[in-house]
Design a protein around this ligand. Structure first.
Ligand code: NAD
Length: 526
């Protein structure tokens, strides 16, 4: 309920007549939910409601917006466990993962914004060149307006709520279109924001499949923030280009992990296994290409195999380490990559097939002798598969890591931190960790995003806040002169302008002064 006692946020008024999405548990296959689909009109209405709430919200100072958004913290404290369980029910992911990688990010990101957002978004003084002496320059950021957030199913809570927090902090209204695979996560977000003291209608949630997402891109929004696959990202970008409005694309990855000869071995082994199998490998930042230098390859792979074989597969109730594929269709993609790799000479050390039990489970798979021609190397697998590539040395690893259409995230493992940083700086991707895997995603100060097919734009951090703003340059003149040197009339100013240009190039105060005097006072008036 909003502060003025108005009705909870509801973007799908005609819900009772709408087509519905039915969701099934990825663990048991049982039906667990049914959600009305928002059609084109319902989407347009949601956007209109969000737009109507915009003036009240953007007029508030940043600190006041943050104070109100901070209301999410006590809600998370009170309901965090329940939300994590709901999230686990919908996705099959372990409770620990639902809590640590999704719910817990909300207070972390709120704290960052309370500390830094006002500073990032405030008006800043800019340099004014000599020629424009007497003027003052400023840079300002103002909200873009209504942001359409379209989210995927793999981290359905955090990949929706974090960009929403950033967009709202920057003064925008938001319409969220969650994945049709995980609509209940969108409902949780709707419930949480409905409890806050926000202008009525500021946050809207529209449920639906791709068609609802496409309708959102066509609606009266000012920007689309999209997280999902490259194929859909292309369609979203094309739809935004037709308007045109800006879009940010957070797309897939094929992240490299480079293990050097002097790596902290046991830590690197555990990092590789966690990085490859957390969220059952369904992370855009999963380790999907593990490069190990020849000198330690055999020892390393043996230890990785030991740890992969120790992983427990199952649903949240079983306190498993690795859950099911959230989206059933993913089983076929993972299966195809494994089959094609084996046919081309790769070796399965453990796993390698779907598991005979209800739900969508694929056994944690360690696969070696992987080469760049294989689909398991070229395409995003997005499943519990760790492909290992033997390399001569780190130079070969760097070359191979960079020679790919994706460039999202990577990691380097060495006890020589200087060397680690030097390698990190040569990797063409949006984020790199040294002796760690993708923990940087949870650091709200660091920008997040990809290069090449991994996406366009950055969120998180300062850059991420500014993503949700337009920039305005302002210049103020104290009006001491009647006119500027380059204003009318031009007659007689030729030599003055030439002197100004030469004075600027030579940094000659004398020539500049002469130029100013001659242009301020046209020759024919002498
Ligand atoms: P997807 O592209 O199938 O769907 C993403 C969203 O787009 C869904 O909400 C879907 O309904 C919607 N959509 C579908 N067609 C649309 C259209 N024509 N117009 C507008 N919206 C449309 O992606 P997915 O399968 O849900 O997610 C997995 C993908 O997301 C993987 O490739 C993964 O790497 C990527 N991902 C990227 C990041 C990142 O931050 N870079 C994070 C997580 C996931």
């Amino acid at each position: 309920m909003s502060a003025d006692g108005s009705a909870p946020i509801d973007a799908t008024k005609r819900a009772s007549e709408a087509r519905r999405i039915e969701t099934r548990s990825p663990v048991s296959g049982e039906v667990i939910g049914s959600f009305p689909i928002a059609d084109e009109d319902a989407v347009a209405e949601a956007v209109a409601r969000a737009r109507a709430a915009l003036p009240l919200w953007r007029a508030l100072p940043v600190v006041e917006r943050m104070r109100r958004l901070d209301g999410l913290k006590p809600l998370i404290e009170a309901r965090g466990e329940e939300l994590a369980k709901r999230l686990s029910q919908e996705t099959g992911k372990p409770w620990v993962e639902a809590l640590a990688h999704e719910i817990m990010l909300v207070p972390i990101f709120l704290d960052y914004h309370r500390k830094f957002a006002a500073k990032v978004l405030r008006r800043k003084k800019a340099h004014t060149p000599l020629l424009l002496t007497g003027k003052a320059s400023y840079i300002e950021h103002f909200p873009r307006g209504v942001i359409g957030v379209i989210s995927p199913w793999n981290f359905p809570f955090q990949l929706a709520i974090i960009p929403m927090i950033q967009a709202l902090t920057a003064g925008n209204a938001v319409v969220l279109k969650p994945s049709e695979v995980t609509p209940d996560s969108g409902e949780m977000i709707r419930e949480l924001f409905a409890e806050l003291d926000l202008p009525e209608g500021l946050v809207q949630v529209v449920q639906g499949e791709g068609a609802t997402g496409a309708a959102l891109c066509r609606a009266d929004v000012d920007m689309i923030f999209f997280t999902g696959s490259v194929a859909t990202g292309r369609k979203v970008m094309a739809a935004c280009a037709a308007r045109p409005i800006p879009c940010e694309l957070e797309l897939g990855g094929k992240d490299a992990m480079i293990v050097c000869e002097d790596a902290p071995l046991e830590r690197a082994v555990k990092g590789a296994v966690w990085g490859g199998f957390a969220n059952a490998g369904q992370a855009c930042v999963s380790v999907e290409r593990l490069f190990v230098v020849d000198a330690i390859y055999d020892r390393f792979v043996e230890a990785v195999q030991r740890d992969v074989e120790a992983l427990r597969l199952g649903g949240p109730e079983e306190e498993a380490d690795v859950g099911p594929m959230i989206f059933k269709g993913q089983l076929a993609i993972v299966g195809r990559h494994i089959r094609e790799a084996v046919a081309a000479g790769a070796r399965i050390l453990t796993g390698g097939a779907a598991v005979e039990r209800p739900g969508h489970f694929f056994a944690p798979t360690l696969i070696t002798d992987v080469t760049p021609e294989m689909s398991v190397y070229r395409e995003e697998t997005f499943g519990p598969v760790l492909p290992v590539i033997r390399v001569r040395d780190e130079e070969e690893a760097i070359r191979l890591a960079n020679d790919h259409v994706y460039g999202l995230n990577a990691s380097v493992w060495t006890r020589d931190l200087k060397r680690g940083l030097a390698i990190a700086s040569r990797l063409e991707c949006g984020q790199v960790t040294v002796n760690d895997v993708f923990s940087s995603v949870g650091n709200p100060s660091l920008p997040f995003g990809g290069v090449r097919s991994s996406g366009i734009g950055r969120y998180h951090g300062e850059e991420g806040l500014l993503t949700f703003t337009n920039t305005r340059g302002i210049m103020v003149d104290r009006a001491l002169f009647e006119a500027e040197p380059n204003w009318y009339p031009y007659r007689g100013k030729h030599h003055g302008v030439l002197e100004l240009m030469k004075g600027l190039i030579r940094k000659s105060p004398l020539q500049l002064t002469r130029g100013f005097l001659r242009t301020r006072k046209p020759k024919n008036e002498d």
